[in-house]
Design a protein around this ligand. Structure first.
Ligand code: FAD
Length: 503
């Protein structure tokens, strides 16, 4: 691959300044993009790369979400990268995650490679050039730029960072209080002494409610239907013991990764093989923490199989502590309409509110909703097929990073980055500059399935976005596996000549 310095020329045809060519262009400076950049720095020092990030800072999800209490619900030993020990409590606030990312940015001198406020607006592959043209608009100056890149790493995340999902309820414009979405939490929102209604009961709602319950007058969590919860300790007992032994942080990191991986593996196994046993286990962890007299059937008995949607982790059971203290409560009902003073429910009950928080989730964004073209032809992802949840048929020199739904996202980030290392070495051995997934003759009649098995996982954003996503086949390598237990074996062993064409 080649590297040329930016020429500084302006292309008068589209008024975009030529920003130069790099070997690898990474889109997004969240946990996936910073992981990819770390590998470029440490494993491919001879290749040039740049990270383009639309926002004004690093962190992705952890920069966008600033609602009170924002935190991981997975442990940070597995949510952290394999190479860099996590030294804090198992569950961490977003600020601590950003600090961890900052350390990596410092250690690898990544700041010099990240371009903030650079929004990618279009991607054009040219087979003649053997390169992507990356169209960029600077959010600060409005200037348009054009990068060239030999290889694309799509690390843009899975949801629309600019427009959160909020259903349109009748009368919403009438509401005289403050309406806020957790994805856009105003820095100056004062909830102290206020009546707050939080709509939703997933991880975000379960985080916001206890975080504001102490200072608010009262917080009502309004849910359409119940969610599964799991209340692990913020700090794992084993981590405390290992820290006391003063063993190297690297050992603690690895041991705790294995400990947590085994725990989630077991929960995932039960979800598949013994959902009733998992249901009973989750209920036995939750029910004793609820205030006396709680209608468990109505408010805490979900109607889906455990883990068909994410389980909401409630560290140290803080949500339930807020309920026991009388500072928070749960209502299970549907919204009939908003009124000037709050929400009217189907039961006729009215919940008065000074602040309504719509913890109603995201909208899926397919590759950041960036338009792709290959040799001038727009790419319609709905008729394309994934190659192992890493690449897309007919889209050359592009690997995307999509983490796990159940295990920590970052476990897959590391696997994907390992895969890219193998792929680059394989291309070098073959003397190839281009790799593109293509269905094999035996796949001609392969049924095309939704990108995830909806029986296995059917969170709201997955179901809302499924018609815009790429497809999956019914056989390898056209699968997008969501189980770390299988993929940690299968991805490193993936045959790089199966379903991939090289030029
Ligand atoms: C509150 C919350 C808690 C979560 N907790 C967990 C957890 O405990 N465990 C877990 O595994 N997952 C969790 N998740 C899921 C989380 O999104 C992923 O873990 C992970 O952060 C995704 O990282 P990413 O880098 O792939 O994408 P993101 O964090 O979404 O970052 C993508 C970046 O790409 C940038 N970008 C997008 N489009 C463009 C463009 N066109 N041009 C330039 N830049 C662009 C965005 O601005 C963003 O900075 C949580 C999510 C939320 C919202």
């Amino acid at each position: 691959m080649t590297t040329t310095a930016p020429s500084g020329q302006t292309d008068t045809a589209d008024e975009a300044r030529d920003a130069g060519r790099v070997d690898v262009l990474i889109i997004g400076a969240g946990i996936s993009g910073i992981g990819a950049a770390h590998r470029m720095r440490t494993e491919f020092p001879d290749r040039s790369f740049v990270v383009l990030e639309a926002k004004d800072d690093r962190g992705g999800t952890w920069w966008t979400h600033r609602f009170p209490g924002a935190r991981s619900d997975n442990d940070l030993f597995t949510y952290g990268y394999r190479h860099k020990p996590w030294r804090g409590p198992s569950i961490a606030a977003s600020g601590a995650i950003l600090d961890y990312l900052d350390e990596i940015i410092d250690e690898d001198d990544l700041d010099s490679a990240i371009r903030y406020r650079h929004r990618v607006t279009g991607l054009d592959w040219s087979s003649d050039d053997g390169a992507w043209t990356v169209h960029v608009t600077r959010d600060d100056t409005g200037e348009r730029l054009r990068y060239r890149a030999g290889f694309l790493r799509m690390c843009q995340g899975y949801y629309d960072h600019d427009a959160p999902y909020r259903p349109e309820w009748p009368g919403i414009d009438r509401f005289e209080g403050v309406l806020v979405h957790p994805q856009r939490w105003p820095d100056d929102l004062d909830h102290s002494g206020k009546k707050v209604v939080v709509i939703g009961s997933g991880s975000t709602a379960a985080t916001v409610v206890p975080a504001i319950a102490d200072t608010a007058e009262h917080v009502t969590m309004l849910q359409r239907s119940p969610t599964y919860y799991f209340p692990p300790p913020t700090t794992h007992e084993l981590a405390v013991q290992l820290t006391a032994l003063k063993i190297p942080d690297e050992w603690t990191h690895e041991i705790m990764r294995r400990q947590y991986t085994a725990q989630i593996d077991e929960l995932a196994r039960l979800a598949h093989e013994a959902p009733d046993a998992l249901h009973a286990f989750l209920m036995s962890e939750t029910v004793p923490l609820l205030p006396e007299g709680t209608d468990v059937e109505k408010h805490f008995t979900p109607r889906y199989r455990p883990w068909q949607q994410r389980i909401a982790f409630v560290p140290d059971g803080d949500l339930f502590a807020a309920m026991r203290a009388g500072k928070a409560s749960v209502v299970t009902d549907t919204i009939e309409e908003f009124t000037e003073k709050g929400v009217r429910l189907s039961s006729g009950e009215v919940l008065e509110a000074d602040i309504v928080v719509t913890a109603t989730g995201f909208d899926l964004a397919v590759f950041g909703d960036i338009p792709f073209r290959v040799d001038g032809e727009p790419v319609d992802f709905t008729d394309r097929v994934t190659w192992r949840g890493l690449m897309i048929t007919g889209v050359p020199n592009m690997v995307y990073t999509f983490g796990y739904f159940r295990h920590s996202w970052t476990l897959r980030v590391d696997l994907v980055d390992d895969f890219v290392g193998r792929l680059f070495a394989h291309m070098r051995e073959r003397g190839a500059t281009t790799v593109v997934p293509a269905l094999r003759p035996q796949d001609a009649d392969m049924p095309l399935l939704p990108w995830v098995d909806e029986e296995n996982f059917n969170a709201g954003y997955v179901m809302r976005g499924r018609d815009r996503m790429f497809r999956r086949g019914d056989r390898e390598p056209w699968t997008h596996m969501q189980e770390y237990a299988q993929e940690r074996e299968s991805m490193p062993a993936a045959d790089l000549d199966d379903g991939l064409e090289y030029h």
